[in-house]
Write a protein that binds this ligand. Structure first.
Ligand code: DAH
Length: 338
């Protein structure tokens, strides 16, 4: 290397290329021009050497520029830096406010649902998102090849696991977990909430992924009257008004009798007399379900219910299309985060 700091200039300019948005401009850098202009004043015996160094420098710069231009090309779609602190990405267009973060509307409502039942004395557990055939069907009194299994449009993994099609998959676990308490003179009172999955065509009222809440109550005296009181009380609290309710018979293998629970659409949200909305399935827990968990069905009885969360929320806010919830559409999400 010559007495001139050509190497230093080279490093400096290459660094500049690597961070520049217009790397080709570096070829016009004053440092480079200064090097050219000094050639004339270099002693003759050093000039050839100096010239070669300057040429090397130019070539190295060209290479760095080509590399940088390719990099800029492939980065022309603005990327979110997911590791950046909150706020770093906030200047990008169309993000929800990043200062505090927000819960998805469904989670906000689900929290309220869980809160109401918790205040009524129910323990709350999140349901599993991967389960098995036993909890999905057998423990719930669906014998093998039972036709009612088909009604659940159940997905399956290659290994034979089941992404649950209803939160009733948690019933057996709730019963096992509460058995000792029950036998010690207490009761079992629990809800389970979470995501469920069905292999269905998606439209305004059907989704492949949605949320359910399941309730289980077992004691020596559990009866339908208590169940209806519990459900009415839940719905009246959630909608913050008095409601008319009714039931009609329905078939689910895990309850006997099985019922559908309906509320009358209140006038306050555009409903009228006789406009019944089915909100969930329920009934007295089938003795086979209790026995599968080792609970004596002669001594104890229970009731259970289960239904979709989206339906509750849609009615509350007049949302007309179920697909909004999973869409990630900001216009929809923002309505809940004013
Ligand atoms: N798991 C049922 C479904 O998704 C709903 C249901 C009906 C749950 C009756 C219950 C019940 O606990 O007792 O269609």
């Amino acid at each position: 290397m010559s007495i001139h700091d050509n190497e230093g200039v080279k490093q400096l300019l290459i660094e500049r290329v690597k961070t520049s948005e217009t790397p080709r401009d570096v070829l016009r850098a004053p440092e480079l021009r200064k090097l050219y202009s000094t050639i004339g004043s270099i002693p003759a015996e050093e000039r050839a050497n100096f010239g070669r160094e300057v040429n090397d420098l130019k070539q190295a710069l060209e290479e760095a520029i080509t590399e940088r231009e390719a990099q800029l090309d492939s980065a022309s779609v603005e990327q979110l830096d997911v590791t950046a602190p909150w706020g770093e990405n906030a200047s990008l267009p169309s993000l929800l406010p990043a200062e505090h973060g927000t819960h998805h509307p469904l989670i906000q409502e689900l929290n309220q649902v869980v809160d109401i039942f918790t205040r009524m004395g129910f323990e709350a557990v999140e349901s599993r998102q991967i389960d098995d055939d036993f909890h999905m069907f057998e423990a719930l009194n669906f014998p093998k090849d039972h036709p009612a299994r088909d009604g659940y449009d159940t997905f399956r993994t290659e290994e034979g696991y089941v992404p649950p099609a209803h939160t009733s998959t948690m019933q057996h676990r709730i019963l096992l977990d509460g058995k000792a308490r029950l036998e010690a003179g207490g009761d079992i009172a629990a809800i389970s909430y979470g995501r469920v999955f069905r292999n269905e065509d998606v439209d305004a009222t059907h989704e492949h992924t949605f949320y359910q809440v399941e309730g289980v109550y077992v004691s020596e005296q559990a009866n339908l009257g208590q169940m209806l009181g519990t459900l009415r009380s839940f719905f009246e609290t959630y909608y913050d008004q008095e409601l008319r309710i009714k039931t009609q018979p329905a078939y689910f293998p895990f309850v006997e009798p099985g019922l559908e629970f309906a509320i009358e659409k209140p006038a306050a949200i555009g409903g009228g007399p006789g406009q019944w909305l089915e909100m969930l399935g329920c009934g007295m827990i089938h003795p086979n379900v209790l026995e599968a968990a080792g609970i004596d069905s002669k001594k104890y009885r229970g009731f259970a219910w289960g239904g979709g969360v989206e339906r509750l929320v849609m009615l509350k806010y007049g949302i007309e299309d179920l697909r909004h919830f999973e869409s990630g559409k900001l216009a929809f999400l923002r309505k809940f985060n004013t």
